[in-house]
Design a protein around this ligand. Sequence first.
Ligand SMILES: Cc1cc2nc3c(=O)[nH]c(=O)nc-3n(C[C@H](O)[C@H](O)[C@H](O)COP(=O)(O)OP(=O)(O)OC[C@H]3O[C@@H](n4cnc5c(N)ncnc54)[C@H](O)[C@@H]3O)c2cc1C
Length: 283
Amino acid sequence: MERYAQPTSVKEAVELLAADAWVMLAGGTDFYPGLGEGPVSGPVLDISRIDALRGISRDDDKAGWRIGALATWTQLVRADFLPASFDCLKQAALEVGSVQIQNRATIVGNICNASPAADGVPALLVLDAEVELTCVRSTRRMGLSEFLHGNRQTARRPDEIVTGIFIPGNSARGSSAFFKLGARRYLVISIAMVAARIELDGADLVKAAAVSVGACSVVAQRLSGLENELTGTKPEDVSSVPDARHLDCLSPIDDVRAPAGYRLDAALEGVRRALAACVEDRS
Ligand SMILES: Cc1cc2nc3c(=O)[nH]c(=O)nc-3n(C[C@H](O)[C@H](O)[C@H](O)COP(=O)(O)OP(=O)(O)OC[C@H]3O[C@@H](n4cnc5c(N)ncnc54)[C@H](O)[C@@H]3O)c2cc1C
């Protein structure tokens, strides 16, 4: 390794990023497998000692929830103060690799790695997650769908660190669920995964719905046509609304894990199951 730095503050980290091109390291569970048999190329900026990046909490102005860049999947699962709308993200957390991976890997690392099969992304999309990026001069926020540009591509500039994820309070409402299909039950890369969130109104009808599918396009997609059609539906009817035309925005590939047609079938079944799970106490 050419050079290794382990800053203890965001200020120190962004000053290093402003001066040089670094490869960032958090939990390392994508970073190290990504090396294959090769050595580390380029200087490594290990952010794992920056205490300000830890934790999951209410945002300072109580407008929403903040997931720090070093928050792990296990910390998320154990965050019993989070509302039920986070259940989809917690269920996704329990599907990320093994317990050992969940103990080490960060939620922010999952989105920065920008794999089409990143299990955290569909759940974060239905929570309308915003990504916070910090450089020496400024901090900016953008929606997760703007942040994700493609396979392993994001809107992060080389001098920026992702300091956290923000979930707006208005989106942290209702109930939610996650569905994942892989070639086996456990420790597997997704063939298709779905997150859904449903908010009911005073008359017990769907007030707002959010549905997202991953591993069936280069970046996970929200199904806005379906979301609109779900509005005003009775809880007992939500799982019968989705059909194949709602998946038109997806573009799955054929690969060793599954053919494209199978992925679409799995996604449709996943959408129905996730929606049914959101309302299972009400229907
Ligand atoms: C055995 C195994 C099983 C796995 N199973 C799954 C699975 O089922 N589902 C799934 O989705 N993933 C899975 N993964 C992938 C991985 O565990 C997750 O994507 C994890 O959340 C990555 O987090 P990390 O902290 O380890 O990221 P790292 O490996 O540290 O970093 C990942 C990438 O993000 C960048 N990065 C990290 N933090 C920041 C930051 N704050 N700002 C800017 N860039 C940053 C790094 O530079 C790197 O490019 C698995 C990995 C392994 C090894």
